[in-house]
Ligand binder design. Sequence first.
Ligand SMILES: Cc1ncc(COP(=O)(O)O)c(C=O)c1O
Length: 373
Amino acid sequence: MEIKGFGVEEWLNENEKTARLDISQSTIKSLTLGELLKFDSQDPTEQITKYLDTKLNYGWIEGSPEFKRLVAELYANVDSQNILQTNGATGGNFLVLFSLLNPGDQIISLYPSYQQLYDIPKSLGVKVDNWDIQEDLDWQPDIEQLKQLISPKTKMICLNNAQNPTGSLLKESLLKQVVTLAREVGAYILADEVYQPVDKVDQFMSVADLYERGISVNSLSKTYSVPGLRIGWVATQSSKLADIFRKYRDYTMISGGVVNDTLACVALRNRREILLRNEKIVKRNHEILRKWVDSQEKVDIIMPEQVSTACIKLNIEMDDETFCRNLLDETGVLLVPGNRFDMPGHARVGYCTDTDTLKKGLEELAGFLKACQ
Ligand SMILES: Cc1ncc(COP(=O)(O)O)c(C=O)c1O
């Protein structure tokens, strides 16, 4: 099984621990363990003491009943039995693709987006057609292109909504059209929904709610600020599909870990408060980024939704990878080159880091850009 290197992961693995001003990440400023526990109790130390008796066995294989119930509450039409805990959304995407796709299948994937969604299928011997996001459509794809691509042979449509790295959200009307087209040919829709906008979580349309063959993958890593827990999930209306995932899941993962499950429940129980905290960070930093781009001659942007990733266009002669490498070497500021997402001439800005780091990072970036042709 041949697979292409994962562009963004390889770049971050190489550079994120040495960067001085990291404005590349896609999480809303991560919580500390103490901050997370404080949502449950004024005294985090007391909380920790309570956990000392936790037996470090495998815990609940599919996620604890509380975890599954709390996750099911995020959906209108998904029963808690059809929630399966995974190792982050990364594990969720892998599980769905590995469970449903066979060599020779044909799928359509939003492109560029999260590389897992097209390069895992290719590695499994699947033919992947790209459904392109378009800058001149504010990073939306064109439904007419999907109509051309789809056929009774289409086994699955892969979406990333909201989308990494642009932070754009598929319009509701468009998403509904995708569901109609998929239903006509019986295709599954897998939607990686880790970037739910903080200001629209309640109105957000999950594909698992909209469509009987829809599969939503999500996690606590982005909108909920605890990527270190490595907890995600797969959600579907269909118990038949959930049973297929169960079978394959047994071969790839036992449980998410008893401590992680416990802490994931803390985050889910307190998700309203976490969202309030995060809405403030995202709004504040979104405005800083917007004003900064307005002041820059060599940068354009289609502003993201209230999600933690943004994509700038670099109007410079140097290629984006060399630019980002030189920027890091000379200033310590880390971005992700667009090339790592098959988006040359662009770069990802993880603007939802702490505000001070963002301000300093953008200041250094402005200085560096000035010296560029
Ligand atoms: C679209 C998308 N899905 C999944 C992930 C990984 O999520 P997790 O930490 O839950 O595995 C990322 C991380 O960058 C992402 O951008």
